[in-house]
Design a protein around this ligand. Sequence first.
Ligand SMILES: [Zn+2]
Length: 116
Amino acid sequence: MSSNPSKLEINKERVGAWDKGKEQEFSTLSKFVAVYCNNHHETGKGQLCRECRELLDYGHKRLEMCAFDPKPKCRDCPAHCYRKDYRQRVREVMKFSGMYFVKRGRVDWLIKYFTR
Ligand SMILES: [Zn+2]
C-alpha cells in the first residue's frame, strides 16, 4: 500500500488544456480506432462508424480533462478515467490494431508510444 513509485502531480491548469503530449496521444488513438473500425465495421479508409466515432470523441474528452503533469501513459495511470464499457472497447481496439501495425512493420512510432 505504501509504495507509490511514480510521483504524479495534479495540475488543475491542465484540465481542459490541449498540449503537444495530449495531441500526440490523441493522434495515436485515432489511428488505432480507424484501423479497428475499417476492419470490423466495413467502413472505408478515413471513415469511422458512429460507434467508433463516439469512442474516439470520448477518448478526446478524457484526454482533455486529464490533469496529471506530466501525463503518464494511460496504461500506467492510476486514475482509470474511462468508463468501464469504453475502457473495454478501447482495450479491444488496442489489441487488434497493435497487432495490425506490428504485422505491417509499423512499429517505429508504436514503440515510441508505448515506451516513452
Ligand atoms: Zn466502427
